[in-house]
Unconditional design. Structure first.
Length: 500
């Protein structure tokens, strides 16, 4: 096809030159020169853009179509269906079509076009442009590496976005269960001073489960939603664009706020309130909105914040309470894999289990408090136990000493060596003293004090042990960080002597 400059030259020369001269001068066929010299309609027609192309693949396209149709009809798993490479190999090697051996690109183009065409139907349309009103939000989880109290751990983080203003807010959470979702939402509501009118969630979020096309919402989340009076929408399966704002925010926060790895000291809940929510909410707050051309923080103040519902007067306790029965060893399995051991003092006992995002508490059926543990998370099964309760039980069953959790939990040193060398009667007396002191000062502090006193050649009485535990607590000896470089060992020895 000639360029417009050549056509203009033909039209200009035709006023004074012959067609043969024009063709010779411009180096084109004389029929082409004649065509454009006589042409009087230069409207562009669709037909001119459409060319009927012949391809060596044309005779074999029905084979490709038939194979793709069979995959659909037989509902073959997606990862076991034909790829373009496998289709080319099948046509050449299995069907023996040698003329296509060097035509992988041709097969690949048709294969891709055929797949795209099959997706273009009512059930799998393209993405729809969406309008987000002030006060509407989206929520989702991500994962990132954190250094929590010196230990590197993969943690979850919950992100909420307001697409109208493009503001984002994030919290670090130990898991993705219902208690974590509700706790994160409650912290965000308090931080921003209001409740969104509607929140869009992912199907994978731990607040409900989808059975075919019906979504069953978790009862705890239903109570939470009714208390705070917001509406909920769940995105369709494999439809990330329906909550594209939070999908993008999850990645943006990970790349920008969690590089390098964030260090969390102390309580995760306190870190969220004092650091994480503030940092994430202020991130890019003064950027220009990609569509509205206004500063995002101003849009938030003028539109989103004004559209929030007021916080309810009564607070909501985010927890789940179940009734369970312990095993003969006093243990229970929660979340299908994690073991919480209350000890043999609670065998085959009906208990109430209160689960929050961060803790698990146990009560008798009459409501008497038993014990609170940090809630266990992770793919691998874990076990946690009430060491004080196990120590109390061991006083009655001293024969289990050498294979007990108590001995395993105790640091190697003079105290363990002393107890290993005692006979049954002496061991029961020593363990009874440790148990009584542990009930007041805790197992770790009691063992530390007892270990130091045993170095004097005898096991302390209960009065001596409790007195020394009190001195340790008052002097805060566990925090013996000496930044001055001055030796304080003489004071350590003096305290030890005074305790005796």
């Amino acid at each position: 096809m000639l360029k417009m400059e050549q056509i203009e030259a033909i039209r200009r020369m035709s006023q004074s030159e012959s067609i043969s001269t024009i063709a010779r001068t411009l180096g084109i066929d004389w029929k082409t020169a004649q065509k454009y010299a006589d042409k009087d309609d230069f409207n562009e027609a669709v037909e001119e853009k459409v060319k009927e192309r012949r391809s060596k693949l044309d005779p074999y396209k029905p084979i490709i179509d038939e194979l793709l149709e069979k995959e659909e009809q037989q509902n073959i798993p997606r990862k076991q269906r034909f790829t373009a490479k496998r289709m080319h190999s099948y046509l050449v090697e299995t069907c023996g079509i040698e003329e296509l051996r060097n035509s992988y690109i041709t097969v690949s183009r048709y294969f891709k076009a055929r797949r795209i065409e099959k997706r273009r139907n009512y059930y799998t349309p393209g993405t729809m442009p969406l309008v987000w009103h002030p006060g509407e939000a989206q929520g989702d989880f991500g994962e990132a590496l954190f250094r929590v109290n010196g230990e590197e751990r993969m943690m979850h983080y919950f992100v909420m976005t307001f697409p109208n203003s493009n503001r984002r807010i994030a919290l670090v959470m130990p898991g993705e269960n219902c208690e974590c979702v509700c706790t994160a939402l409650q912290e965000i509501f308090t931080f921003i001073g209001g409740v969104p009118s509607r929140i869009v969630f992912d199907n994978a979020t731990g607040i409900g489960r989808r059975v075919q096309k019906i979504l069953e919402m978790n009862e705890g989340f239903s109570r939470f939603r009714l208390h705070y009076r917001f509406n909920t929408t769940f995105a369709n399966t494999r439809s990330g664009w329906e909550k594209g704002s939070v999908e993008n925010a999850v990645g943006t926060i990970r790349r920008n706020l969690f590089v390098p790895v964030r260090m969390i000291t102390g309580s995760i809940a306190e870190y969220n309130r004092t650091v994480m929510m503030r940092d994430s909410f202020e991130f890019e707050a003064d950027e220009i909105h990609y569509r509205k051309g206004r500063v995002q923080s101003l849009i938030w103040q003028e539109e989103d914040k004004e559209a929030l519902h007021a916080l309810p007067e009564k607070s909501f306790i985010v927890h789940r309470i179940d009734s369970m029965t312990t095993s003969k060893t006093g243990s229970l399995v929660l979340d299908s894999k994690h073991v919480y051991n209350l000890g043999p003092l609670h065998p085959r006992q009906a208990v109430l289990v209160e689960k929050t995002a961060f803790n698990v508490s146990f009560y008798t059926r009459d409501g008497a408090f038993i014990k609170t543990f940090d809630r266990l998370y992770g793919e691998d099964p874990q076990e946690v136990y009430d060491i004080e309760q196990l120590l109390a039980a061991l006083v009655r069953k001293t024969g289990a000493w050498h294979n007990s959790y108590v001995r395993e939990h105790m640091e190697d040193g003079p105290l363990k060596e002393w107890l290993d060398s005692r006979d049954s009667s002496q061991l029961r007396s020593n363990l009874s003293i440790l148990s009584s002191a542990s009930g007041v000062f805790g197992f770790a502090d009691t063992c530390l004090a007892a270990s130091r006193l045993v170095m004097k050649g005898h096991f302390p009485s209960l009065e001596d042990l409790e007195s020394y535990c009190s001195r340790l607590r008052e002097c805060d000896e566990s925090f013996s960080l000496n930044t001055t470089g001055v030796s304080l060992s003489m004071y350590d020895r003096l305290l030890a002597k005074e305790a005796l």
